[in-house]
Design a protein around this ligand. Sequence first.
Ligand code: GCU
Length: 686
Amino acid sequence: AEDGYQLWLRYSPLPAGLRERLQARVATIVQLGADSPTLRAARQELQRGLGGLAGRTPAPAVAPRAGSVVLARAADLPPSPAREAQLRSLGQEGYLVQRTRLHGVEVTLIAANTDIGLLYGSFAWLRALQAGAADSLAAINAPALASRPALPRRLLDHWDNLDRSIERGYAGQSIWNWWELPDILDPRYTDYARANASLGINGAVLNNVNAKAEVLSAPFIAKAAALAAVLRPYGIRVYLSVRWSTPLELHETRNADPLDPAVAAWWQRKADEIYRAIPDFGGFLVKANSEGQPGPQDYGRSHADGANMLARALAPHGGIVMWRAFVYSPPARPGQMADRAAQAYEQFKRLDGRFERNVIVQVKNGPIDFQPREPVHPLFGAMPDTALMMEFQVTKEYLGFATHLAYLGPLFEEALRFDTRAGGVGTSVADVLAGAQAGHVGGIAGVANIGSSRNWTGADFDQANWYAFGRLAWDPKLGSAAIAGEWAAQTWSADPRVRDAVVALMMRSREAVVDYMTPLGLHHLMGTGHHHGPAPWVDDLERPDWNPTYYHRAARDGIGFDRSASGSNAAAQYAPEIARRLQDPATTPPELLLWFHHLPWDYRMPSGRTLWEELVAHYDRGVAEAAAMQAQWARIRPLVDPRRGADVAQRLARQHAEAQWWRDACVAYFQQVSGLPLPPGAVPPA
Ligand code: GCU
């Protein structure tokens, strides 16, 4: 039965007409030049993929003939000025796939400057072949693929603990079997590597940002080295999250002060030890002085002092430090305003230009915490002299776990395309990551949604979020609808009836979640321990900045967090043009209205409705959308396999019930604080 294990690498046979045409094009696979583990992986994938799609596995051969697929590094190809120029423009990871004459015969050529480029090109061609109909035909007859990644660092961050539990993971235990490593290697590691390489993901942080000192002990370094050896042929480097106080906790230093030479020397020795085991080790990810984690501020030092000390230990080996900007502390006195959304900027902006070259500051998507919708983080564009990394959350901590269907492509796209107006000119977040401001090139990271669940992500549709993250990491300018189309064709069916219906379902899903959870810029209304389900009334947590009431500020007089000049003034952290618009509710995008403003319940919305009416209308729309998604799936379901069809249906039913729960709970609570009746036409509670 269909179990979802294959992800999007299914390679189901093409329809009959296309299959025969493909067979004629893939008689043999020829590789020019020396062999390598990466080229072996590319050949194996082509054999597996073409074998599935064409119904006949191409045989390996040494000399090209008509109908060969040829894998060749630039250096191993016969001279051709045009091709050489094109290849030069494709960099260290790019690829070229074309139909061409080579040594006098017509072949399909996959060419690149490097071995990993050849693997990426192989996957790109297989993806194109699975696209469906006319696109598949073009990929057979006249492939013309050429691409290079926009960002050099494209990472998955696993929040996986060493006991195999996963922080905010909803797909079972960690795939890293720390108990059995390093000697026992689950074949799943290789399939993980294939899936990532098919997208171009080139790094994996193996462990949780809330890290344990133990991960840097010799046994765990050996375990990480074993994983690195499996991932290496697929172009994936391993990284580790490290706990700031590691040397202190291992009783090997007397403190963890970054300016203490003994501490720096310890990290230097540790880095040397890691690189002896993992010569291409990527580097460290650090969560410091954040949510109770230790950090350099414990010693009166800055984030830059801490990051730079680690960076100097890694620099001789070519490693990097990804230092997270996710920092906030509670208000010093009760009742005092300490806007969590403003704090990262306050702490990091002034450190711009003070980081070593091999430090990347990793900034979360959203100044609070991965909510269904947040404005873009104000640090993007505000640190021209620092390399920045975007941290997306692929696991759906705040979007219904693996139960709710929410395709995150549109969420990622919205953030990457946002024009920061840095320096007063058009500079999207994607441009900022690529170093458009002053050449400091960063990257992109996604908090993984992967676990040991048979289908990897818990819900089949959550595979799409891994996929979309990876595709956007390679090319942040891709459109989320096009990505959904690729994914659906490969994962469900290239039959347009299925593919297009799946895409339509996906494309409405994220906005539905925003509507039934946190419309109009509301945020952080969820149950505060588990983060599943509504709890806007919670007001008594040990830290006031964890209370939902702190964020929505609903009362008799109105609702919303005032981040304009009359409030926390976090709006002023954006570029002047943007800040000006955000200061005024009339020019604030309605979908972020209550993020930036506290407004009376009878505030007039552009629609002519009052704010209260509009709010309830959004909640109602969210529930209606969840119902419509169920109905849409009921039409698709007969066209897909029964196992996945039933699983999606169950989850959508639960999603609809939970959308209703969110809506009823939030509307009832806001009614209670506002004293307002349900607007006419609103749906009564279930
Ligand atoms: C969120 C999440 C935590 C996580 C933290 C982080 O607050 O709920 O589980 O540790 O983000 O990103 O560090």
